[in-house]
Design a protein around this ligand. Structure first.
Ligand SMILES: Cc1cc2nc3c(=O)[nH]c(=O)nc-3n(C[C@H](O)[C@H](O)[C@H](O)COP(=O)(O)OP(=O)(O)OC[C@H]3O[C@@H](n4cnc5c(N)ncnc54)[C@H](O)[C@@H]3O)c2cc1C
Length: 376
């Protein structure tokens, strides 16, 4: 593949980089400490056309490619993961199922509000007893008099409960098989918990959802009845590119902080960056980040070119999840005791990192997916 970015991709990178530095960085620590959802930033991202970056223009999106989308997520995560996951979950998990499986009528009805970022969308797959084994979904949807009657619960769902959330696409058992059904916020019988408190991603919205005889129109089924299992696997394949981009972005952000600190902090009469132990750490970090970025851009490029990308997306997600863990840990080490203090940016990145090895399939699940693609 050709690693030269197009002028459009460069423009996205420069625009998001500037936005993240100027608008997010000054308030990222406060958002995290207060656990406050960044409504003002989401509306600015929407104005920049970033909340529907890879959605076609005819539905209100920016019509960008997946490489540009990955770059945008990477640049946001470099500064703040909570904002990045808000955009990534809205796009890859919330909006994509409607674009990929919705009828023309459903797309015309729902996408314009989502692709322009006026409203947010969520995807509810995980349940208390169905995590890595997502096919073990227990939530049921029964067709009664032209409506789906839904009962069950979903856990850890991103973007589900903000003031601007439109709704959630959930997986549910419709008999022996699984289907995807849209539930709009405000539907009677759909109950959303208070925001869950987390180790990281504290400014992002995470909820438990419960459905008690929740009734939605028959027309809220996405795609064919019974196609839900295949659909959610496809959605996760695409979503992995964005979480992998978060891994590279978080590692880059941690490296940036460690690099600056190492040059400024003096011990034994010299900047600590002059000690080989520190220089080697930074050299390893920079090398691994390049490798991770190449994996992410390759997976995105394959998807843009209509080629098979699931194997590369899982590899990119696995590698950048583990890479960001190594880099965040080494970067905090370079900060010494200051890095352990709550007010240090590196401590926030360190806490925000762990979920990158859990969400959208754990490291173990990625290895299972990769092994399957290897024919094992
Ligand atoms: C902040 C946050 C946001 C999230 N957002 C969403 C969202 O928007 N929508 C959504 O649907 N979900 C969301 N999730 C859920 C997330 O995708 C799941 O947490 C994840 O898939 C793991 O499932 P689990 O937590 O049930 O862990 P489990 O599946 O119970 O896994 C526990 C451990 O066992 C390991 N394990 C399980 N099975 C195997 C096996 N066969 N072989 C080896 N090891 C195994 C796992 O790798 C893990 O280490 C979110 C989670 C968090 C924390």
């Amino acid at each position: 593949m050709d690693f030269d970015l197009t002028s459009e991709q460069e423009l996205v990178r420069d625009t998001v980089r500037t936005f993240a530095r100027e608008r997010i960085e000054p308030i990222a620590a406060a958002l995290d400490l207060e656990g406050r959802f960044p409504y003002e930033l989401v509306s600015e991202l929407a104005e920049l056309g970033l909340m529907g970056l890879p959605i076609p223009e005819e539905y209100g999106g920016a019509g960008g490619d997946i490489v540009s989308y990955a770059i945008a997520i990477e640049e946001l995560t470099r500064i703040d993961s909570s904002v990045a996951i808000t955009m990534a979950a809205h796009t890859s998990l919330g909006t994509m199922p409607i674009l990929l499986y919705g009828t023309e009528e459903q797309k015309r009805r729902w996408l314009p509000d989502l692709a322009t970022g006026r409203r947010l969308a969520a995807f509810g797959l995980t349940e208390p007893d169905a995590g890595s084994d997502a096919g073990a979904t227990r939530t049921t949807a029964e067709l009664r008099d032209g409506s789906w009657v839904i009962s069950g619960s979903k856990l850890f769902i991103t973007n589900a409960g903000t003031d601007i959330t439109w709704g959630v696409t959930i997986t549910a058992r419709t008999g022996d098989e699984i289907s995807n059904i849209v539930v709009e916020n405000g539907t009677p019988g759909y109950v959303i918990s208070a925001p869950m408190k987390k180790l990281g991603w504290r400014a992002s919205d995470t909820r438990e959802l419960s459905f008690e005889d929740c009734t939605v129109p028959e027309g809220n089924l996405l795609g064919e009845r019974g196609a839900g299992f295949r659909q959610f696997l496809e959605i996760l394949d695409g979503g992995r590119i964005s979480v992998a981009a978060m891994g590279v972005g978080l590692a880059q952000g941690a490296y940036d902080l460690a690099y600056a600190y190492a040059k400024e902090r003096e011990q034994f009469g010299k900047p600590i960056a002059s000690f080989q132990a520190i220089r080697f750490k930074l050299a390893d970090m920079a090398t691994e980040i390049e490798a991770g970025r190449a994996l992410v851009y390759k997976a995105a490029w394959l998807k843009d070119h209509g080629r098979a990308f699931a194997r590369e997306a899982a590899m990119a997600k696995l590698y950048t999840g583990e890479l960001s863990s190594r880099v965040a840990s080494a970067a905090l080490q370079i900060h010494g005791g200051f890095g352990y203090m709550e007010e240090s940016a590196i401590s926030r990145l360190y806490r925000d990192q762990k979920i990158l090895e859990i969400g959208e399939g754990t490291n173990e699940v990625q290895r299972m997916v990769i092994a399957r693609h290897l024919g094992l």
